[in-house]
Design a binder for this molecule. Structure first.
Ligand code: TXA
Ligand code: MG
Length: 343
């Protein structure tokens, strides 16, 4: 069942009913500022197992635990480094997930047997009200079927999961559109395991240099989720590096021609600046202007899903500079891609 909530002032009775479901060990999908989450009581192993089943998620990929106030970090984690408190103060509520040493209260099902736990406080009124009313931390992965693009509106969730969950709270389109940044504070130097809504630059301003995942690098560290194919539309996706604009557009035009000759339905994921450059494509969708990477990030997952709805066979996707939120955009595009063409 999908129920609309007022994102500025979530209705108390709706939140209360949703919280009851969580307390009873059920599954509630809720909006966050990043993407929709598929939530269950993080302290109830049986409820947490339902999340994995509903998503078809491999049991070795741990979940993020969502809290409604900064102090709850103390219930879930121990030996917490000073930087964790500094970062929480600066970025919570917000799209930053901290990996810390777990306390025994956190069931192994949540952390996939790891000694660490991922924690974040989302910046969304519905999410915070739900966690507060449930009175327990809420474990939640993105509310998509495993491997699919993460949901940025309730329609996406319903398409993937409607008959597998007890309730979907519809809080409209999510603001950021990409998941949180996952930062491991249990290894030194600290390491970004997944780039996201808070950029490396923002983190380094507060705690100094951190290690970072790089597009195309194989040395992706301890985040178990990173080894799976992710964010993938049904269509085959080819990512074309955009360091050299002329060369990139030339490659895309050539690929449109080649694939159309093979009778494939070809889509181009372009930008406002380039949308008129590919008249031969069957479907051209723009993510927004290259001048505003935040908007590009917000539109990315939604746009991938539109290509699928239109039964496109091949998506040719332009790349972006790996700066600021561009790191997260390129991370998601690389993971969704069947092939990456450098230029
Ligand atoms: O923005 C977000 O983070 C969204 C919203 C719903 O909060 N959630 C989300 O969850 O993206 P999920 O499950 O799709 O991605 C969680 C990532 C995975 O890559 C997982 O492997 C990693 O966090 N992770 C979770 N616990 C971890 C741990 N203990 N150690 C290392 N990585 C962990
Ligand atoms: Mg996910």
């Amino acid at each position: 069942m999908v129920i609309k909530v007022n994102f500025k002032n979530p209705e108390k009775n709706i939140i209360k009913n949703a919280a009851e479901i969580i307390k009873k060990g059920g599954l509630v999908v809720f909006p966050t500022e990043t993407v929709y989450g598929l939530g269950a009581n993080a302290l109830n192993a049986k409820a947490v197992k339902k999340i994995f089943k509903a998503k078809g998620r491999p049991a070795d990929n741990p979940l993020i635990v969502h809290i409604a106030d900064k102090k709850s970090i103390l219930i879930l984690a121990k030996n917490i480094s000073e930087e964790a408190f500094i970062l929480a103060e600066k970025f919570w509520p917000g799209p930053l997930t901290l990996i810390l040493e777990k306390k025994t209260i956190v069931p192994p099902e949540v952390t996939a047997g790891n000694k660490t736990v991922a924690i974040r406080m989302p910046d969304n009124k519905t999410a915070l009200a739900l966690i507060k009313a449930a009175g327990v931390p809420v474990a939640a992965p993105s509310a998509n079927l495993a491997g699919k693009p993460s949901p940025t509106n309730a329609g996406h969730v319903a398409k993937d999961l409607e008959d597998r969950v007890d309730l979907i709270l519809d809080g409209g389109q999510t603001k950021i559109g990409l998941e949180s940044t996952v930062l491991d504070l249990t290894q030194k130097p600290f390491a970004i395991l997944r780039p996201g809504g808070i950029s490396q630059e923002q983190i380094e301003k507060v705690i100094g240099k951190v290690n970072f995942w790089k597009a195309g690098s194989k040395s992706v560290v301890k985040s178990p989720g990173m080894k799976y194919r992710h964010y993938a539309p049904r269509a085959k996706l080819i990512l074309i590096d955009y360091n050299n604009k002329e060369r990139a557009e030339e490659i895309i035009k050539k690929l449109i021609k080649e694939n159309k000759e093979k009778k494939a339905k070809v889509g181009v994921m372009a930008t406002d600046e380039t949308r008129s450059s590919y008249p031969e494509a069957d479907l051209i969708l723009t993510l927004g202007s290259r001048k505003n990477l935040k908007i590009i990030a917000r539109n990315l997952f939604k746009t991938l899903r539109i290509f699928d709805e239109n039964k496109i066979d091949i998506i040719l996707a332009e790349g972006f500079p790996e700066k600021g939120i561009g790191q997260a955009i390129m991370n998601r595009l690389s993971k969704a891609a069947d092939k990456i063409i450098k230029n």
